[in-house]
Write a protein that binds this ligand. Structure first.
Ligand code: PHE
Length: 329
């Protein structure tokens, strides 16, 4: 058992220590797990007669605490690693925080804007049957959209395609829900196409609203209100007639390139997508009575309104993964 004198000697040595290695050596002499003086003394307590044990323990704890504090203080004074040694004023480089790519972010906004207008969100598979992608949508066998030019057919699986539009999700939804309803379905679609405004994979969002007295006026109101909100400014747009086998009458909606896009596109129209009143044959195909129910459908690109919104001249920039482009949004 150590005497108090030897503890005082340790105390003096700590106070006099002039280097971190001296301090660490003393720390080890005192608290080393095997033969540390304090470690041993604490272990020895159990052999002390009961009457003296309490006082001895108190004294040892007093020293133990004192040494701990002195060692810490001395270590930080000599530049060691206690908490006091951290310079909290040091400026660290800012961590780069990631964010969503602008396409999924825009889709989230689309879901939110239409959600507020009471539209449900649905999703469908990207590998689709010919029946849902074409037939049920009143696209006859000999329609040009079906031939090898635009459509990716799945090799070795009969009557199966990469969906060419989000319209088959309309059919899936109508097969599972009873009208009235309103829904949108965003997602990826595929076509053999590639230039500044086309990509073999792109995104669409489809909308469908069926009720007893839904008209073209409702279609126009919903599209104009939602797109103005999504683009965030009062864009110029126009509707013109367009043919799609699954709507009658059918229209296309264009938006005008406006802003500081200093090229020949300024003031020209960019097609956003198609729309119209759901064709009675389509309703019949899903057992909805067209004499009782009617409504509108639209299918818009996701990239195109974003191009207008942010003045992005080339659609391929969305997919190149160039951080200088992506970090701007
Ligand atoms: N599915 C059509 C297309 O991809 C767009 C569309 C959807 C047109 C709904 C009318 C109604 O071109």
């Amino acid at each position: 058992m150590s005497t108090s004198t030897s503890w005082e000697a340790f105390e003096e040595r700590i106070a006099a220590a002039a280097s971190l290695s001296d301090i660490e050596a003393i720390d080890h002499e005192l608290f080393g797990r095997k033969a540390g003086a304090m470690t041993e003394a604490l272990k020895g307590l159990k052999d002390i007669p009961n009457e003296e044990k309490k006082a001895a323990a108190q004294e040892l704890n007093m020293w133990k605490k004192k040494f701990g504090e002195m060692l810490d203080e001395k270590k930080s004074e000599l530049g060691g690693g206690s908490s006091e040694g951290i310079d909290v004023t040091l400026e660290l480089p800012q961590k780069q925080r990631g964010h969503h790519h602008l396409i999924p972010e825009f889709i989230r906004q689309i879901e939110e804007v239409f959600g507020r207008m009471g539209f449900d969100t649905a999703y469908g598979p990207e590998i689709e049957t010919e029946d849902l992608n074409f037939n049920k949508l009143n696209i006859p066998d000999d329609h040009p959209a079906r031939d090898g030019q635009d459509t990716f057919w799945i090799k070795g699986v009969k009557n199966t395609v990469l969906r060419t539009h989000t319209s088959p999700v309309q059919i899936r939804y109508m097969q599972e829900h009873k009208p009235p309803f309103r829904m949108i379905c965003p997602g990826k679609v595929y076509r053999k196409d590639s230039d500044a405004t086309h990509s073999p994979m792109f995104h669409q969002f489809e909308g469908l609203m069926i009720g007893k007295d839904i008209t073209l006026a409702n279609l126009k109101a919903v599209l104009v209100t939602s797109l103005r909100e999504l683009i965030g400014r009062d864009v110029e747009f126009r509707f013109r007639t367009g043919y799609f086998p699954f709507v009658e009458p059918g229209m296309e909606m264009d938006m005008m390139w406006q802003g500081d896009l200093e090229d020949s596109r300024e003031g020209k129209w960019l097609e956003m997508g198609g729309c119209g009143m759901v064709h009675p044959n389509v309703l019949r195909n899903v057992d909805i009575d067209p004499d009782e129910w009617q409504g509108f459908a639209f299918g818009f690109g996701v990239e195109r309104p974003l191009m207008i919104k942010h003045q992005i001249p080339d659609l391929r920039s969305f997919y190149e993964g160039d951080l200088r482009f992506l970090r701007q949004f």
